[in-house]
Design a binder for this molecule. Sequence first.
Ligand code: G3P
Ligand code: CA
Length: 272
Amino acid sequence: YAHPARDLRPERHPLAVVAHRGASEDAPEHTLAAYRKAIEDGADALECDVRLTADGHLVCVHDRRVNRTSNGRGAVSSLELADLATLDFGSWKADVSDTEAPDLDATSVLTLERLLELVADAGRRVELAIETKHPTRWAGQVEQKLLELLGRFGLAGPPADGPSPVRVMSFSARSLHRVQLSAPTLPTVYLMQFVSPRHRDGRLPAGVRIAGPSIRIIRKDPGYVARLHEAGNEVHVWTVNEPEDVELCARLGVDALITNRPRRVLTQLGRS
Ligand code: G3P
Ligand code: CA
């Protein structure tokens, strides 16, 4: 955990609003409809979880199994993309099932490739925060596929100007390390459910410059934001839905907050 010397973070930028699984309060999570809504709402970035199917496609699904968010059963890793394509990933959310004609954007499984196309066609800068789920199980295949796909969209290397519009997030330092080895300029985010003793002073795993603590960590220890900043890191907090938590993050100078309700948060921050 030795860090190279770092400058303190540059000029503070406005608090970025990241749509968690899309605008997932309004539309079924991880569907094209949820991401379209987040872009319409003005979100600065889109968060998604990625998993590998049995036939090697990266799909945007949070849970290990499809049971909660679709009408199917089984682990994503044991299903092929064609199997997932037969499932309904939208109707579990009551307000979508009332529609007269089935809205495929709100019910189909979403591949990461389709999400990258959506972002490419957004007509404005929309960043992506992509989380690798259960990366250890696949011994590097998730990261490899991810970087291949990002490479096809010209997103794996350094951008011509400005900061990278993509960052890779994980609770696994090993997963982030794999990304750093193959794509050293891609920013990585170390997600934290708890703060382990080695990270209490604000230092992160080698090469990582963005911390992703849960809002519970920040509620309990608001001073952690300053310690992370002093160690030269950005702070992206999840999942921030309640107005008092938005206010807390804004007050503490958090860099990005990840929320299920981007429109309401942008309104609260005076940005819409
Ligand atoms: O953005 C980070 C956050 O999504 C991590 O938790 O369970 O929602 O993937 P989870
Ligand atoms: Ca996630």
